[in-house]
Design a protein around this ligand. Structure first.
Ligand SMILES: Nc1nc2c(ncn2[C@@H]2O[C@H](COP(=O)(O)OP(=O)(O)OP(=O)(O)O)[C@@H](O)[C@H]2O)c(=O)[nH]1
Ligand SMILES: [Mg+2]
Length: 635
């Protein structure tokens, strides 16, 4: 052990997560900092130097990981606890601590100050984010706060570089008061910090919490009205237990609504298409044009357009949640979970956008500055359930999952849809975790964003957003699916059946020939040649398969009912349907996504890697689903 006789004053920056410790550390020390790892743990040690004002001496500042209390849960929190209590082997105990608190969130942050005071170390409070407090009309009586806490309080803004000199000056004065006994040897001695050893019990914490609230209430002179409302809502919506529960229930209800509200409009569209098909079939002379319009275009495009109501309902909710300011809160709630699998907190927004479409999601990953974190986000974004999967899921669910109420609370179809979305999210988290262990080992960065105020959503903005969605969806149905339907109709019509054919004409066509070839590979997961045929154009974009199934079955002469769902119900077994759903959770059937991955990663190998791992997952998931459900259902 090295013997140090002269060492600079040492200050530890502590506080709840996200209160601005690192920002303050950077503002104080500028470039005079060193980042290293603590031995044995993966926690970064950030230390820097700042020159004092009164004493004109060097002060060493250590930035510690955020923690809510000295009762540590994670490795990060343990480091913080052990450093401030002087128990940490690799770090001499600090001479004092700067406890950083978020001025806009005094009620929650003051508890830690009270807890720290119990350690007997000199404490100075940096009342940080004072700029935000002022912006919101939050008026804090700093002198009173200092008096109530019985420690010096200095308002600061790390971002605007306010109060920094004052903070250092105050720290020096505070440390100078009882002359700091310099231990002759720089390593830790239990006498030096005399930590109030054990971490406080749960009961103590609750008492401290109550006191923190009382002090905050007395120190806050005025609280902007909006601020008060936001605080009250956040107390519930960001609550560590209630928050995630509310988020889950909310999403669950959204999917319930997608099914129950869309039923009527979907029936109207369906009725309209059937009527149109009947009209064309009757008015146009029988022949190729009649066939291509009825079986190709209307069967194909019609079976996709029918899902417009569901997509619009889903986006109504997503847009509303965004506009009210709730979505950012959802990101905050998810941050812990995502950090657990090594995802950057900033990945939430790209991943959330991927629920609409992976393309904007992957592009939004540009906001992640850490290259490996960005890559991980790009690689898992296509697993989020994009809106192109919605028509596929909806079709199969409508056909195979009974429209039943579960104990009067939930609709089974909505539950299954919710489950499919969940399957996408969970598998993305698992893949992220695997990637973290292998290629993209990296430090999870905290989520850096500001919580906006809650707002009443604007109906005009909502309407514009929905119109946009509808346009995109219909344009795709109109262009891609129209073309695909016509081409598929052509491939499925030629060559015509040989004389004396026993199977439907499509069986002998080019499409049928391709489908039968693929069936060899796809039979183990329960797909027949018709499904295989429809999957080929479905590689271009996911929802195309719905139109393609419409066309293929219309031409197989297997249309037993007016709706495609009805036809599938009689053509497929339940295990096949479930297997098809499992396939669609994973299958990378979107050319545009692959193109954008290539562009964003600037690598031709990445899209191939994504396609390969997603196809492998799709096949595996469909295989297991098919085998297990066949065994259970005895099919
Ligand atoms: N407006 C404003 N923003 C701030 C201030 N201080 C920090 N921030 C922002 O708050 C966010 C969190 O800051 P960090 O410095 O990372 O917080 P931290 O306490 O180090 O967080 P952990 O290390 O995770 O505990 C960042 O987006 C900062 O830019 C401030 O005084 N004013
Ligand atoms: Mg930090």
């Amino acid at each position: 052990m090295d013997v140090v006789t002269q060492r600079p004053l040492r200050l530890a920056l502590v506080g709840n997560p996200n209160c601005g410790k690192t920002a303050l550390f950077n503002a104080l020390t500028g470039t005079r900092q060193k980042v290293a790892n603590y031995p044995g743990v993966t926690v970064e040690r950030r230390a820097g130097r700042v020159t004092g004002h009164h004493l004109d001496a060097e002060i060493e500042v250590i930035d510690l990981p955020g923690t809510y209390s000295l009762r540590a849960h994670s490795a990060d929190e343990e480091v913080t606890r052990d450093v401030v209590t002087g128990r940490f082997e690799a770090e001499a105990p600090p001479d004092g601590v700067i406890c950083v608190v978020d001025a806009t969130n005094l009620r929650r942050h003051l508890r830690f100050v009270l807890e720290l005071k119990g350690l007997g170390l000199p404490v100075v409070v940096a009342l940080n984010m004072i700029d935000l407090a002022e912006r919101d009309g939050l008026d804090i009586d700093v002198d009173r706060l200092s008096h109530l806490l019985d420690v010096p309080v200095v308002p600061t803004s790390a971002l605007r570089r306010r109060g920094l000199d004052m903070l250092i000056g105050t720290v020096e004065t505070t440390l100078a008061k009882p002359p700091v006994a310099e231990p002759s040897d720089g390593t830790r001695t239990s006498a030096s910090a005399s930590p109030g050893d054990a971490a406080p019990s749960r009961r103590d914490l609750r008492a401290l919490q109550a006191e923190a609230k009382r002090i905050a209430a007395q120190a806050i002179r005025a609280e902007g009205r909006e601020h008060a409302l936001t605080r009250r809502l956040d107390a519930v919506l960001l609550h560590p237990v209630a928050g995630p529960v509310i988020l889950t229930v909310l999403l669950f209800l959204v999917f319930q609504a997608v099914f129950s509200w869309a039923e009527a409009p979907m029936n109207w569209i369906d009725g309209g298409i059937v009527a149109l098909q009947g009209l064309i079939a009757r008015t146009l002379p029988a022949g190729a044009l009649n066939d291509v319009l009825v079986d190709g275009v209307l069967a194909g495009v019609g079976s996709v357009v029918i899902f417009l109501p569901q997509i619009l309902i889903l986006f109504t909710f997503i847009l509303l949640l965004e506009m009210t300011g709730y979505m950012v809160r959802a990101a905050f709630l998810m941050d812990r979970l995502m950090a657990g699998v090594g995802l950057n907190g900033r990945a939430f927004i790209p991943l959330l956008s991927s629920f609409a479409c992976a393309i904007p999601g992957i592009m939004a990953a540009r906001t992640i500055d850490h290259p490996r974190d960005r890559l991980t986000t790009i690689l898992i974004a296509p697993l989020m359930t994009c809106s192109a999967r919605l028509p596929v899921y909806a079709l199969i669910i409508a056909a195979f999952i009974p429209d039943r109420q579960l104990g009067g609370l939930a609709n089974l179809q909505g539950v299954v849809m919710f489950g499919l979305y969940l399957a996408g999210v969970v598998s993305a988290l698992v893949i992220a975790f695997i990637l973290k262990l292998t290629l993209s080992r990296g430090q999870a960065q905290p989520l850096i964003m500001e919580l906006p105020k809650y707002q009443i959503p604007s109906l005009t903005t909502l309407a514009i957003g929905l119109l946009e969605r509808a346009k995109i969806f219909l344009a795709r149905a109109g262009k891609v699916i129209l073309v695909v339907s016509i081409v598929l109709w052509g491939l499925a019509s030629f060559p015509g059946p040989p004389p004396g054919a026993t199977e439907p004409a499509i069986f002998y066509s080019i499409a049928g020939w391709i489908g039968r070839g693929l069936e060899v590979v796809l039979a183990p997961i329960g797909f027949d040649w018709q499904i295989a045929t429809a999957l080929v154009p479905g590689m271009a974009a996911r929802e195309v398969v719905v139109g393609a199934l419409g066309t293929v079955y219309a031409m197989s002469g297997e249309v037993t009912e007016a709706s495609l769902a009805g036809t599938l119900r009689s053509a497929w077994s339940l295990p096949t349907a479930l297997s098809f759903l499992a396939w669609y959770v994973f299958a990378p059937q979107c050319i545009s996504t692959m193109a954008v991955i290539r562009r964003e990663t600037n690598s031709a190998r990445m899209p191939l890697f994504v396609a390969a791992y997603m196809f492998a997952l799709a096949y595996l998931a469909a295989f297991i689903t098919y085998r297990v459900s066949s065994a259970f259902l005895g099919a």
